[in-house]
Design a protein around this ligand. Structure first.
Ligand SMILES: C[S@@+](CC[C@H](N)C(=O)[O-])C[C@H]1O[C@@H](n2cnc3c(N)ncnc32)[C@H](O)[C@@H]1O
Length: 196
C-alpha cells in the first residue's frame, strides 16, 4: 500500500485519533502566525484540524495529495479565506516567494523526504517569512533503537519515526527562531524557522 492509499483508509478515523491530543500543540504553534494580513500556506493540511484555530485576517491555501483528507478540510474553513489545492508537499504547485508563512504540522516527518518539503517551503516563502513546524523529530545522535526499527513500517502507513530535523535543514536558507519540546518527552517539537 502506498502512503497516499494509507491516508485514504485513515481519513475517516484521523480526527478521532489525533484531534484531542494535538489541539493545545496546534494552538501554541499557530499563536506565532503574523499579526498583519498575510498569505499562509498549510502544507499537508489533511482534514483541516488547524483551521478552527486560524484568525480570519489572513488568506489561506491548504495543500494535500490525498483527496479524502482534503475533502474533510473544506467544511472546517467556514469564515476563512481558504483554498484547498491537491498537490505534493515535496514539489509544491506554487510560484517562488508567494507566501509569508508556511504551517508544517505533521508533514515533514510524514513524507519520504522531509528535506524536500523544507526546501519547497523555503522556495515558496518570501524572505523574512516563517515556517511553523510541529512534528516528531529525533535529536542528532540519539539511539532510539525501537523508533529506528519501526520507522520503515510506520513510514508506509502513516509517518516516519526517525527524522532528524537538523539533518533535513542542513544548508537550507532557514534560521531557527525557537525549538521547544511539545509532547512525549520532547519527541514532538514545536519549531519556528525564519526564511533568511
Ligand atoms: C499526519 S497527517 C497531518 C495532517 C494535518 N497537517 C494535521 O496537522 O492534522 C499528514 C497529511 O499529509 C498528507 N501527505 C502525506 N504525504 C504528502 C505529500 N507528499 N504531499 C502532500 N500531502 C501529503 C496526508 O495526506 C495527510 O493528510
Amino acid at each position: 500500500m502506498s502512503l497516499a492509499s494509507a491516508y485514504t483508509v485513515l481519513a475517516p478515523f484521523y480526527d478521532r485519533v489525533v484531534s484531542g491530543a494535538t489541539r493545545p500543540l496546534r494552538q501554541a504553534s499557530l499563536a506565532h502566525l503574523p499579526a498583519a494580513p498575510a498569505d499562509v500556506l498549510l502544507v499537508g493540511v489533511g482534514t483541516g484540524l488547524d483551521l478552527p484555530h486560524l484568525p480570519a485576517a489572513h488568506r489561506y491555501t491548504g495543500v494535500d495529495f490525498n483527496a479524502a483528507m482534503l475533502a474533510r478540510s473544506r467544511p472546517r474553513a467556514s469564515g476563512l479565506d481558504f483554498v484547498a489545492v491537491r498537490g505534493d508537499a515535496m514539489k509544491l504547485p506554487f510560484a517562488d516567494a508567494c507566501f509569508d508563512c508556511a504551517v508544517l504540522h505533521l508533514i515533514v516527518a510524514v513524507v519520504p523526504d522531509g528535506r524536500a518539503v523544507l526546501q519547497e517551503a523555503a522556495r515558496v516563502l518570501r524572505p523574512g517569512g516563517q515556517a511553523l513546524l510541529l512534528d516528531k523529530f529525533l535529536r542528532r545522535g540519539r539511539p532510539a533503537p525501537l523508533r529506528r526499527l519501526l520507522s520503515p513500517l510506520a513510514a508506509r502507513v502513516a509517518t516516519r519515526l526517525d527524522v532528524v530535523l537538523e539533518d533535513a535543514l542542513d544548508g537550507l536558507p532557514f534560521g531557527v527562531v525557537s525549538d521547544d519540546a511539545a509532547a512525549f518527552g520532547g519527541w514532538f517539537r514545536q519549531v519556528r524557522l525564519l526564511r533568511t
